[in-house]
Design a protein around this ligand. Structure first.
Ligand SMILES: [Cu+2]
Length: 292
């Protein structure tokens, strides 16, 4: 009997492992989280990891009690009636206090991690104005009055506007290019409904709410390409409200801003909602038929 059980267990373990690709095993080690690519990521990941530990400890205790009760109090004869009990005060106190304690512990650590992740540096290295609207994104890189870095190489220096921007549509996903190891503040704007700006690999996200500007600071730590998305159901094309993030070296970032400027993607002010819609529709400020 013992031997049969052991062989069966071994078989199941092998089957489970055989079904796991390298990528699956990586996912399991990461507890289904992406690799951390931001300075904020490890805080979120630690919370996630210890939540798993707490859930597993609770699970083992609960499963243990279930199996104990199943075996210990199984019916031994057809006409057996179990001993009837009620008002077990110690037990009732326990199952009231234990979940409350668990909630308090989860709450405490959630607030602690949230304070850490959402903490705003008064002097971020740079600021990006993010416009989330049904159903795409526009990113305005505030650059101040400065030389066009890509033009410098050709001796063709000129200053460009205070903002360069890139934007997308549902069919043309925009790419947000960021320099590595810089603390970037995202000012989040919405002209229509609530969206949510997030990059899974950064392990942070924040709501984009019309009528207010939410601020989120992220420090990308690993160069690479990541997927970003809207995390808040915001209408029929919500699932297509995607963007790519490319984290690059400072030189590549400067060159990229130069490319945007060369392509004419400059603005005196960040394009926020109404401006952006008018620009896409080819309307200037004097045209009729638009309202704000
Ligand atoms: Cu959205």
């Amino acid at each position: 009997m013992q031997r049969t059980l052991r062989v069966a267990l071994l078989g199941v373990t092998m089957l489970v492992l055989a079904g796991c690709s390298e990528a699956d095993q990586h996912q399991i080690r990461n507890l289904a989280m992406p690799d951390r690519a931001s300075a904020e990521g490890p805080y979120t990941y630690e919370l996630w990891k210890w939540a798993w530990v707490a859930a597993m400890v609770t699970g083992v205790i609960v499963w243990g009690l279930i199996f104990y009760a199943v075996v210990k109090f199984r019916r031994r004869s057809d006409d057996e009636v179990p001993r009837q009990t009620r008002y077990n005060l110690p037990l009732e106190v326990f199952y009231t206090i234990a979940p409350v304690l668990m909630c308090v512990v989860f709450f405490f650590h959630t607030v602690r991690v949230q304070d850490e992740v959402l903490n705003l540096d008064p002097e971020p290295d740079m600021t990006v104005e993010v416009l989330g609207q049904q159903w795409s994104w526009t990113f305005n890189h505030g650059v101040g009055e400065q030389e066009n870095p890509s033009a410098t190489a050709t001796g063709d220096d000129f200053a460009y506007g205070s903002y360069v921007y890139t934007s997308g549509t549902g069919a043309n996903i925009p790419t947000l290019v960021l320099p590595v190891d810089q603390t970037i503040q995202f000012n989040l704007h919405s002209p229509d409904v609530i969206h949510d700006f997030g990059v899974p690999s950064f392990l942070v996200k924040m709501d984009v709410i019309p009528g207010r500007v939410n601020k989120l600071q992220v420090t990308p730590t690993v160069e690479g390409t990541y997927a970003g998305k809207c995390y808040e159901l915001c209408g029929v094309s919500h699932s297509r409200m995607l963007f790519n993030v490319e984290v690059v070296s400072q030189e590549d970032y400067d060159a990229y801003l130069g490319e945007l400027a060369d392509a004419g993607n400059t603005a005196e002010q960040p394009l926020l909602g109404g401006d952006y819609v008018r620009e896409q529709a080819g309307l200037d400020d004097d045209s009729e038929g638009h309202s704000e």
